[in-house]
Design a protein around this ligand. Sequence first.
Ligand code: G6P
Length: 620
Amino acid sequence: MCGIIGAVTGEKVNQILIDGLKKLEYRGYDSAGVTLLDGSGLELYKYAHLNQSIEKLSVMPQVNDSMAAIGLAHTRWATHGVPNDLNAHPHLDCSGKLAIVHNGIIENFRELKEMLKDSGHEFISNTDSEVIAHLIEENLSLIKSEGSGADEFLRAFSMTLKALLGTFAVAVISSEYPDTILVGKNMSPVVVGLGNMGNFISSDVSAILEHAEKFVYLQDLQIAAVTKSSLKIYDFDLSGIEFAATPVTWSYKDAQKAGYETFMLKEIHEEPYAFTETLLGRSTDKLELYFDEIHFDPHELADIRKIFLVGCGTSYHSAMVAKYAIEHWARIPVELDIASEFRYRDPVLDSTTLVVGITQSGETIDTLAALNFARKSRAKVLCVTNVVGSTVTNNVDAVMFTRAGPEISVAATKSYVAQLAVLLGFSIALGRFSGVLFKSEADRYFADLQNCASMMEIALGRETSYRKLAEKFKDTRDFFFIGRHMGYPTSLEAALKLKEISYLHAEGYPAGELKHGPIAVLDSNTTVIGIATKNKLYEKLLSNLEEVRSRNARVVVVANDSDNSVSNYFDDIFYVPDTFDLFSPVVDIIPLQFLAYELAVRHNNDVDKPRNLAKTVTVE
Ligand code: G6P
């Protein structure tokens, strides 16, 4: 996710902004920029030098010598438009008098851009964000032409924010109104810091912690007007809002993790946001809305007879969910492949096959090699990745981005649910495209999918009870996770999480296979966790769990809130909200992520950097 910072003080702000950018570095970024406003107007400096942009800005004489007392800065994590200097923020309007920084996604930017182009605005980037600068400019000139004077900057800003669909934290400064930073938000975070030397805004309190004494967290659909000595907060209709500023007692390190004890915990809590962001601007009827940057003409997909899904680790598990969903909704045969095996097994590929590589990082060597092989075999190639500009995007026919933001913890959590979001949405859209689903059906499924974010929130609210139940298993060393149908990929992912961070022995198994071997291993020292949320094989799973129990293994289940009978059979239950069965992996994984987390903590492991593992594996 992008990071924004702004400062308005009685003194120079250059160093505050550069230091703030350095403090945001831990989040990961692909470009950075700063705009400084002094008596001669806005100065703008921005670079897309991977991991070096901030360093470059910090040694620029123009930045170091600036006397500006107001400015904005930004670290970018690309979603629309590849990482390059032009796409980096801040963005200017046509007049060069106002500059904006933005974190989030503007869903309706294409319509706005067309409308603004028709009114004569010229765009220089491929971002969704640039429309905001031009729309403020447009609204400002409208308000001025009506001659209605007072608060024109604020009014133009609120008019603009009201026209935006999507998620955003937007800050703007203007040489015409040189004392004020305006910032507004919907879903993306903004904190305002009040200090002795001036006032500050940021998307991350860690960037402004040392300059401010008190902080105000802006709420959704609010605007803050910040000068060096004042703060006013309004709703989008510009009614004033009372607020209370409070001190933050976090250290810088705590602040990076937003107060959570680890990045993994923070990222688990970001799952609903990652899920929602990833679905923004996508729907059921237009397959092309799933493709970013590099597009298929959807008609090219009309000839597809078979789909191969390839990935490693967690990405392989989301591929498995997608296999079930695509076959169910689009009735296209899907094969599932571990990326490191794919090209060595002579898969039968031609121009009627679509190969989809799923990789959070976009750099996993086995997945890259699998997609290169597919391309050489004339298959159509699509990738799903979280990193715009990553290597995988260079050699494919189309790209679908997840929008989980940078994931710092090695164990994938929010990137997994973001992959599920885009793959499940794509499966429904493919069902529509293939003519299998009626529009009304597809729309209903899509609405249910979007609603999973609320179900995830409910599950996250149960963190304490999940972790308390997990604590019971602190002495167990052997775990089996079993599930059927959509419970199967969840068992694989849950076992992987547990292995990765707790170093305990864990296996994920399709429950029906247990009796064909693994059941011999079970005894009273084993804990078997059944994914017993409702799906068409629920009853069969319960029978499988009975078989397990009769071998004296301890049984725990993940079950739906509406399941009134499950407590008659089992004592230890992770309850989760009900979901449509094909979406259940999105919610069912949450208690199991907390299980892995709690056991890792109990075993004193470094949760964010587990031993022997790398976030991205770039060797075969
Ligand atoms: C590594 C990581 C896993 C990840 C896998 C695939 O093994 O430790 O957490 O799932 O790579 O990564 P990718 O970036 O391709 O999704």
